[in-house]
Design a protein around this ligand. Structure first.
Ligand code: FAD
Ligand code: NAP
Length: 332
C-alpha cells in the first residue's frame, strides 16, 4: 500500500513511496539488510528534498533520539546526539545549557543526522566548526563505523556523504565539541548580526542573545515551511574562478560576490533576481518574493512543476551570466 510523503517533507508536495520504515534505534538497522540492498531513500526531516514523482521504493525514516554528554573539561564539552533529534532542539539544548558553537545555526530545519550530509551552514558558521565525528551504518561492509570529521570531507554545503560516500551510509549519531563560557567565541561578523544584536543588547553578548537574534533575523526573511512549502535555498551559491569573475564583473559591475580563498562565491539569489524570477508565481509554484533562492509550493504544486521552474531558472542564469547553478536540494 503506497504511503503519502506529503507531511514528511517541508515542500509539502503530494507524492507516495512504496513503504515507510521508521528507525527508532540504530540496532534495528541490521535487520533491514534486505531492504537496504535494494534501491531506497533515507529520510530525515525532509527539509532538503524535492520529490518529483511517486517513488516505487521504500523510504527509511531515521528517528533515533538522545543527547548524551560524552566528556567534558573546563573549556569544552563533547556530546553524542541521535540522528533523529530535531536539529533546532539540539541548538536549544546547547544554548540553554550555556554551550556555544552552534547558535548561529539556530532554526535550520531538519534532523541531526542530515546536518553533516550538506555541512549545514548559516551566518558564518558551519557544522564543520563543531563536528568531531559521525557514527554510521556502512551498507557496504554491513557494520557500524566511526568517521572522523576529517574523513567527512566537509566543504561548502558538501561532504563525503554527497560525493564518494553517496548512498553508502546511514548516519545514526554525531559527536559535537561545544564551547563552555571561558572559551566561548561568538561569530558575529556576518551580515547584520552584530548590528541587530547591538540594537537590543549590551556587550558582551550571551549565547542566548545570539540565538534569539539569529532566530529573529531568519523569521523576518525566510518563509516558514509550515505556512508555505519550501526546502530553503534551492541552489548553492556558485563558486567560480577569479578569472571568470573578472570577466563577469566587466558586464555586471554590481554583481554580489564574496572571496573564498582563491575563488569567488556569487550570491545565487542576486543572479536569480537579475533575471526577473524573484516573486514569480505560476499556479502554485513560485520563487519567493523576499528570497529568490527559495522556490515555494503555495499549495498544490507538484514536484515536477517545482523542478521545471528550477530548470528554467538554471537555463536563464546560464544564458545571462554563463554560470551553472547547481541544486542544493536533493531531487528524487
Ligand atoms: P532530509 O531533507 O530528510 O535529507 C537530506 C539528504 O540527506 C537526503 O539526501 C537524505 O537521503 C540524506 N539523509 C538524511 N538523513 C540521513 C541520515 N541519517 N544518514 C544519511 N543520509 C541522510 N540548510 C543550511 O545548510 N543552512 C540553512 O540556513 C538552511 N536553512 C533552511 C531554511 C528552510 C526554511 C528550509 C526548509 C531548509 C533550510 N536548509 C538550510 C536546508 C535543510 O534544512 C538542511 O539541509 C537540513 O540539514 C536537512 O535535514 P533533513 O533532516 O530535513 O534532511
Ligand atoms: P544573505 O545574508 O542575504 O546573503 C546572501 C548570500 O550571500 C548568502 O547565500 C551568503 O552565503 C552570502 N553571504 C552573505 N554575507 C556573506 C559573508 N559575509 N561572507 C560570505 N558569504 C556571505 O542570505 P540569507 O538568505 O538571508 O541567509 C542567511 C544565512 O542563512 C546564510 O548563511 C545562508 O546560507 C543561510 N540559509 C541557508 C539556507 C539553505 O537552505 N541552505 C536557507 C536559508 C538561509 P552563504 O550561504 O555561504 O552564507
Amino acid at each position: 500500500m503506497p504511503v503519502s510523503l506529503k507531511n514528511l517533507t517541508t515542500f509539502g508536495i503530494e507524492a507516495t513511496c512504496a513503504e515507510l520504515y521508521e528507525v527508532h534505534s540504530p540496532e534495528q538497522i541490521p535487520s533491514y539488510h534486505g531492504i537496504l540492498s535494494e534501491p531506497h531513500l533515507i529520510l530525515g526531516g525532509g527539509s532538503n528534498i524535492l520529490i518529483t514523482k511517486n517513488l516505487e521504493i521504500p523510504v527509511i525514516a531515521i528517528r533515533n533520539q538522545g543527547i548524551h554528554i560524552e566528556q567534558e573539561n573546563q573549556s569544552n564539552i563533547w556530546v553524542k546526539v541521535g540522528a533523529g533529534v530535531v536539529w533546532d532542539e539540539l541548538v536549544h539544548w546547547a544554548v540553554s545549557n550555556g554551550f556555544g558553537g552552534v547558535e548561529n545555526l539556530s532554526l535550520i530545519p531538519g534532523h541531526v543526522g542530515a546536518a553533516p550530509v550538506q555541512n549545514i551552514g548559516a551566518y558564518g558558521v558551519e557544522i564543520a566548526n563543531a563536528l568531531k565525528s559521525v557514527t554510521a551504518w556502512d551498507k557496504f561492509i554491513q557494520n557500524f563505523c566511526q568517521i572522523s570529521v576529517q574523513d567527512c570531507q566537509l566543504g561548502y554545503r558538501d561532504s563525503y556523504f554527497k560525493q564518494k560516500g553517496k548512498d553508502r551510509f546511514i548516519i545514526t549519531e554525531i559527536t559535537l565539541c561545544l564551547q563552555k563560557p571561558p572559551t566561548y567565541n561568538p561569530i558575529l561578523s556576518y551580515g547584520t548580526v552584530l548590528e541587530e544584536l547591538r540594537k537590543s543588547y549590551l556587550e558582551p553578548f550571551t549565547i542566548q542573545q545570539v540565538r534569539d537574534t539569529i532566530v529573529e533575523i531568519r523569521r523576518t526573511k525566510l518563509p516558514d515551511p509550515k505556512v508555505t512549502g519550501n526546502a530553503g535555498s534551492f541552489f548553492r551559491n556558485p563558486i567560480i574562478s577569479h578569472e571568470q569573475f573578472v570577466e563577469l564583473q566587466k558586464d555586471f559591475p554590481a554583481i554580489v560576490h564574496y572571496r573564498v580563498h582563491n575563488e569567488v562565491k556569487l550570491a545565487a539569489g542576486w543572479l536569480i533576481e537579475q533575471v526577473g524570477w524573484k516573486g514569480y508565481r505560476q499556479g502554485d509554484v513560485g520563487c519567493h518574493p523576499k528570497q529568490a533562492l527559495v522556490l515555494v509550493n503555495y499549495g498544490k504544486a507538484t514536484g515536477a512543476e517545482v523542478w521545471e521552474l528550477a530548470q528554467k531558472i538554471q537555463q536563464s542564469i546560464f544564458q545571462k551570466f554563463n554560470v551553472k547553478l547547481e541544486p542544493e536540494v536533493n531531487v528524487y
